[in-house]
Design a protein around this ligand. Structure first.
Ligand SMILES: Nc1ncnc2c1ncn2[C@@H]1O[C@H](COP(=O)(O)OP(=O)(O)OP(=O)(O)O)[C@@H](O)[C@H]1O
Length: 257
């Protein structure tokens, strides 16, 4: 039985059908990227899986039971959004401790996670003293603080410069490889999806469904800026030209490396 089974028969906002017949399943330990044109419904889908929006036809099961009625689901679900969403009046350490069931007893875990994401020197800093990249590091540590079995990430590294984004992606992969949650990672950057994921789920034009469930045929570690990913992207677009409709970036193979 798959650990996660998603079956969205229909999700609408008013008269607009956003998702229809969207199904997929996944196992704990997998890293899935969800890609698709802007506005197609990626965040809507994550919100359904997170339980933030209960208004849809269909079902979402975790280990065979409805996800949000599962005895262990609340504390095993991690989330990270485009914005770091830190509490400005709390230190970096307290922002991570905030999500812990027993902050006093588990303080060491919060401290260790911040060290692991490279913020051991900034435990007591306020969010406004941290750069955008450092704030995302705090958000990443917070997402892992609950030892999530399911981690939902909605374009968490968007609008960062490439080196900062790369360091965050490396930190994410290191934490994922150690703790092995199931990660659902939304991005519109296909190269980022191919650099991170085991499988890439491509969403169709609205009403969105999964139009391609693609197993990434690359060993790890992978180099986001290397030719292997650029060539794979080019091959994907030539085999599946329909992926080019929408906002996915067209392939740009660099032959200079
Ligand atoms: N609360 C809401 N009420 C009405 N319409 C909504 C609501 N939330 C989202 N939508 C609409 O649903 C569609 C899907 O939005 P969603 O944010 O899920 O797309 P997305 O794929 O995540 O977009 P992007 O890549 O730009 O972040 C859009 O047309 C959006 O305008």
């Amino acid at each position: 039985m798959p650990d996660l089974e998603v079956r969205i028969d229909e999700k609408r906002f008013g008269d607009a059908v956003i998702l229809r017949d969207l199904t997929f399943s996944a196992q704990c330990g997998e890293f899935l990227a969800l890609v698709g044109p802007s506005g197609v419904g990626k965040s809507t889908l994550l919100n359904l899986i997170a339980g933030l929006d209960p208004l849809f036809d269909g079902s979402i099961h975790w280990h065979g039971a409805p996800l949000h009625r599962h005895a262990h689901s609340p504390e095993r679900l991690g989330m990270m959004f485009q914005e770091p969403r830190l509490m400005p009046w709390l230190s970096a350490l307290d922002n991570v401790r905030l999500v812990l069931a027993d902050p006093a007893a588990e303080s060491e875990r919060a401290r260790t996670l911040l060290q692991e994401v490279g913020l051991g020197h900034a435990l007591d800093a306020w969010p406004n003293q941290l750069s955008g990249g450092m704030q995302r590091r705090v958000a990443l540590a917070r997402a892992f603080a609950v030892d999530p079995r399911l981690l939902l990430m909605d374009e968490p590294f968007v609008s960062l410069d490439m080196p900062t984004g790369n360091r965050l992606r490396e930190s994410l992969l290191a934490l994922w490889q150690r703790d092995r949650p199931l990660v659902l990672f939304v991005t519109h950057d296909l190269r980022e999806a191919l650099a991170l994921a085991d499988r890439v789920l491509f969403l169709s034009e609205p009403p969105a469904r999964i139009m391609l469930d693609y197993v990434v045929p690359l060993e790890r570690p992978r180099n986001l800026e290397g030719t292997a990913i650029a060539k794979l992207q080019e091959r994907l677009f030539s085999r599946h030209p329909s992926l080019l409709s929408g906002a996915l970036e067209a392939p740009s193979v660099r032959h200079d490396t």
